[in-house]
Design a protein around this ligand. Structure first.
Ligand code: SAM
Length: 343
């Protein structure tokens, strides 16, 4: 028993049990997948209606919605009727900041997490151990999982855009190359906000092909070129700005330096800049999104979330100088410029 007495011990038991719970995240993922929140958009409904609308078993659905209501994710309004709360409102597909696709669980991810011990014992990716494929190869060979991943990145990008569009002098730039820009959601938001800006989206061919529709829907396709390309080989040259959002942390040091060297080579003698946009580990005993993401990188591949000094070294090894770090509430912008040649 803890020296602090029985009530402190009980509190520790409750806290640890809560932290060790995986019933809640999996339940959120399942109800997000079933679209329960969409069916509650116009008000509270009886669980029998919800079960019919989602093709679920009414008794099982009642149990999961009752459990999630105890955590504030739905509201149990009595007589087996449930309503949205501010949390489940974010699970609606058409919410402007919808997190539905972020909360859906990719079963391949869950299977990899179940083998997390392998990562801790060996330092290797549990994902590759379980699926015998790297994460990016897996997404390429499973279009459904790939599309889901793109949509979760798009949802995160929608949130990040709120913080990023006003945190940098985008309007003064001519052309932005988004290296590994996914389905184009970031460029779509940026170009819509800055009408003089031009964009170039670079991603693997099977992902880049999904960008045309996103750019067209945002009405910016005439100002944005799509270049299907492996960013380890080359990226288009002579642009003012190269953005790498959520790219560098996905790779180990050697690969991260190779990607940045490709970008450095593309800048050539042009007055270009590189903006690495990703979470940065903070000093101190802080558990935040960057720590969670760091563990996710350990499960998925060779990547890691780095602190500012580690990122400075990666920039330097690629021939770039880290000039500025601009924190935003969600993610940081790290601005690099070509390093001065040693004299
Ligand atoms: C974590 S996602 C980030 C997407 C986007 N930048 C964002 O912030 O939403 C990484 C992106 O890198 C792309 N990618 C991975 N390997 C690549 C490669 N060798 N060449 C080009 N793109 C690649 C993936 O397809 C994916 O779109």
């Amino acid at each position: 028993m803890s020296a602090a007495g029985p009530s402190a011990a009980l509190e520790s038991i409750v806290n640890l049990s809560d932290l060790a719970d995986f019933a809640t995240p999996i339940s959120i993922g399942v109800v997000a997948g079933l679209g329960v929140a969409d069916h509650l958009a116009h008000g509270a409904r009886h669980v029998a209606d919800l079960a019919q609308a989602t093709g679920s078993d009414a008794t099982a659905l009642l149990r999961v919605l009752s459990a999630l209501s105890t955590r504030g994710i739905f509201e149990d309004v009595g007589e087996s009727r449930f309503a949205l709360t501010p949390l489940s409102d974010l699970l609606r597909t058409d919410h402007p900041q919808s997190l539905r696709h972020v909360c859906l669980m990719l079963s391949a991810d869950v299977e990899a997490w179940a083998a997390f011990e392998h990562s801790i014992l060996t330092g290797e990716a549990a994902f590759g151990h379980v699926h015998r494929l790297g994460f990016w190869e897996y997404l390429e060979s499973n279009p459904e999982a790939g599309g889901l991943f793109d949509r979760s990145m798009e949802a995160m990008t929608r949130l990040e855009l709120l913080a990023l569009v006003d945190s940098y002098e985008w309007g003064e730039l001519g052309t932005v190359v988004d290296v590994g820009g996914g389905n184009g959601a970031f460029l779509a938001g940026l170009l819509a906000r800055y009408p003089a800006l031009r964009g170039v989206l670079v991603d693997a061919p099977h992902v880049a092909q999904r960008a045309a529709a996103v750019l067209e829907q945002a009405g910016v396709h005439t100002r944005c070129e799509i270049v299907p390309q492996n960013f380890f080989d080359s990226v288009p040259g002579n642009a003012d700005t190269y953005v790498l959002k959520r790219i560098i942390y996905s790779w180990g040091d050697e690969a991260a330096i190779r990607i940045l060297r490709t970008v450095r080579a593309a800048i050539g003698d042009h007055d270009g800049r590189v903006l690495v946009i990703e979470p940065v580990l903070r000093k101190g005993n802080i558990f935040d999104v960057s720590r969670r993401l760091d563990l996710q990188m350990l499960v998925l591949g060779q990547g890691r979330v780095r602190n500012r000094d580690a990122l400075r070294q990666i920039f330097s090894a690629a021939g770039l100088t880290l000039r500025r770090v601009i924190p935003t509430p969600l993610i940081a912008i790290l601005e690099g410029r070509p390093a001065a040649e040693p004299s």
